[in-house]
Ligand binder design. Structure first.
Ligand code: SF4
Length: 294
């Protein structure tokens, strides 16, 4: 496969997001992944594991994120994938913490206790509007690993409920990340504040602490009654083409994606990665930095 430009990424390597080969039971209206689980032909745990090992060999200190679908809908398969990742990596799991007939809250706690040396943070989807099947809040408070609640503020979300949503998590030892609808983010509005309704709502209810960010994404930080809150915005793609000081035009990668069939993509937009070329990736300093601090 011909590659347009040589690759560049930040020190440590682009984050590798792994799409697990099994679905969730929810139908969130903003979901951009659901359609990929409609046809499971070619899904392969084995090929995903081979791709995880390949990425580990190229960037042995990159971050891994498990997403779906629902990574925790099949704990045995998740364990097999986790066991392919050496402890040189940070590992994040995006999940709803699903409890069902064959999976109790205790099974979930046992899984995290077994793997607490491997998991950096579990990101749990909970929204102001009731989009996902929820397991008990008490379970989240008992997790033996760091946890964050991810909440998408979608369309006409009930902004007056923001303080009570944060209070719900106050004694559960979690931080909260509010998220903008990625499909609406553009380079022009990523940092534009005047017409950002979510930002205005958050500034109304919570104490603003500062802004960090880079070319691709940012985070507005807040605090409320001891709870750490971030408002996260990111572009819907993850490659920026730029000419460096060396006069070479690079594809700068922020995310690498391992698909359900083990294919490795260099962007969310369906671009296959030239993996042998990534073996020669050029590194640049991480451009994520504090832009404002209060
Ligand atoms: S829980 Fe996640 S994967 Fe499932 S429908 Fe909602 S956003 Fe999509």
């Amino acid at each position: 496969m011909p590659m347009a430009n040589p690759y560049k990424t930040r020190e440590g390597g682009a984050t590798v997001t792994v799409f697990v080969p099994y679905d969730c039971r929810n139908h969130c209206p903003f979901c951009i992944n659901k359609q990929e689980y409609a046809d499971t032909t070619g899904f392969s745990l084995e090929k995903i594991c081979a791709s995880i090992r390949r990425m580990d060999a190229i960037t042995p200190r990159c971050d891994f994120v498990f997403t779906g679908g629902e990574p925790m809908a099949n704990l045995d398969s998740l364990q097999i994938m986790l066991d392919c990742i050496p402890t040189t990596h940070r590992v994040f799991i995006n999940t709803t913490l699903p409890v069902f007939e064959d999976q109790s809250p205790q099974d979930i706690l046992d899984f995290f206790t077994r793997n607490k040396g491997k998991i950096t943070c579990v990101n749990i989807s909970r929204h102001i509007q009731h989009y996902v099947e929820e397991s008990p809040d008490e379970l989240i408070g008992q997790l033996p690993v760091p946890a964050r609640v991810n909440c998408v503020l979608w369309k006409n979300y009930p902004s007056a409920e923001l303080p009570s949503f944060v209070e719900r998590w106050k004694d559960r030892h979690v931080s909260i990340q509010f998220r903008y609808d990625y499909t609406d983010t553009t380079p022009e509005n990523l940092y534009r504040e005047e017409d950002d309704k979510i930002l205005h709502d958050l500034k109304k209810y919570f104490t603003y602490k500062g802004l960090d960010g880079c070319r691709m994404r940012n985070g507005y930080h807040f605090e409320y009654d001891g709870v750490e809150i971030t408002y996260h915005k990111t572009l819907p793609y993850s490659t920026i083409t730029e000419t460096g000081p060396d006069g070479v035009t690079y594809d700068i990668l922020y995310d690498v994606i391992i698909k359900q069939n083990g294919d490795i993509h260099s962007d969310w937009t369906g671009v296959m990665m030239d993996v042998p070329a990534y073996e020669h990736v050029v590194f640049e300093p991480d451009d994520q930095k504090w832009l404002e601090r209060c």
